[in-house]
Design a protein around this ligand. Structure first.
Ligand code: ATP
Length: 213
């Protein structure tokens, strides 16, 4: 099965995430994209909403998208969450096939600080999401010991293992989770930024309001 992973804090999930995950699935003919809810993301602040609320919002957001599925794999794992562990678990679902993983350019830039980056790169087709017209220096970002193992084929870098690395320009929407949290805390409308079900959930649970955070 051709499976993709689209990871995020999803605090909360918004229409930008849904659009880009859909473009990722379409670009590679993926049969399923797991919207992987991050537990305690390294390199960033603790999420405001609880893991349960973030997962529930992702479930609500994807209900009308047949290719997208909420995943709690990283939430139910004990201890620190390494991408490599996630990749191994998802490969089992994919019956051993290489899986596809989308990553924002900001996250890819931190790859040197990952746990065993080379093992991750050898096991996934990695797709770095870029803004049109803002190319990312894929090879320059990798440690030299790793970049040496790639050959360029057209616009795709192929690792010794057969796994690939490439950029995918996507159409970003002017929305972010922080923008939404700020709007809610100031009492502004977020109606066009999240799905109706996510909006109702945020309001019902009182998420992101100053008195609840
Ligand atoms: P925050 O504002 O809290 O930093 P975020 O909106 O960037 O959050 P994340 O959950 O951190 O949301 O994002 C998960 C992934 O989605 C990242 O790879 C990020 O680059 C991508 N992403 C986030 N917002 C957009 C958007 N508007 N368009 C395209 N991709 C996006």
């Amino acid at each position: 099965m051709k499976i993709g992973i689209f990871g995020g804090t999803f605090d909360p999930i918004h229409i930008g995430h849904l659009r880009v995950a859909g473009e990722f699935a379409a670009a590679f003919g993926l049969e399923k994209v797991l919207m992987m809810v991050a537990a305690t993301p390294p390199h960033r602040d603790t999420p405001i909403a609880s893991p349960e609320d973030r997962l529930q919002m992702v479930k609500l957001a994807v209900q009308d998208y047949s290719l997208l599925e909420a995943s709690d794999i990283e939430l139910i794992r004990k201890g620190p969450s390494f991408t490599l562990d996630t990749v191994k678990e998802v490969r089992e679902i994919a019956e051993g096939a290489l899986i596809w993983m989308a990553l924002g350019g900001d996250a890819f830039a931190l790859i040197r600080s990952w746990h065993r980056p080379e093992d991750v790169l050898a096991q996934v087709h990695l797709v770095v999401l870029t803004r049109p017209g803002s190319p990312v220096g894929l090879m320059a970002t990798l440690p030299e010991g790793i970049s040496r193992r790639y050959t360029l084929s057209g616009e795709i870098y192929v690792h010794d293992s057969g796994a690939t690395l490439r950029a995918l320009p996507v159409s970003p929407l002017d929305v972010s989770s922080s923008m939404i949290r700020k709007a809610v805390s100031e009492g502004d409308s977020i109606r066009d930024l999240v799905t109706v079900e996510v909006l109702q959930y945020i309001l019902q649970k009182g998420l992101y309001r100053p008195e609840t955070t």
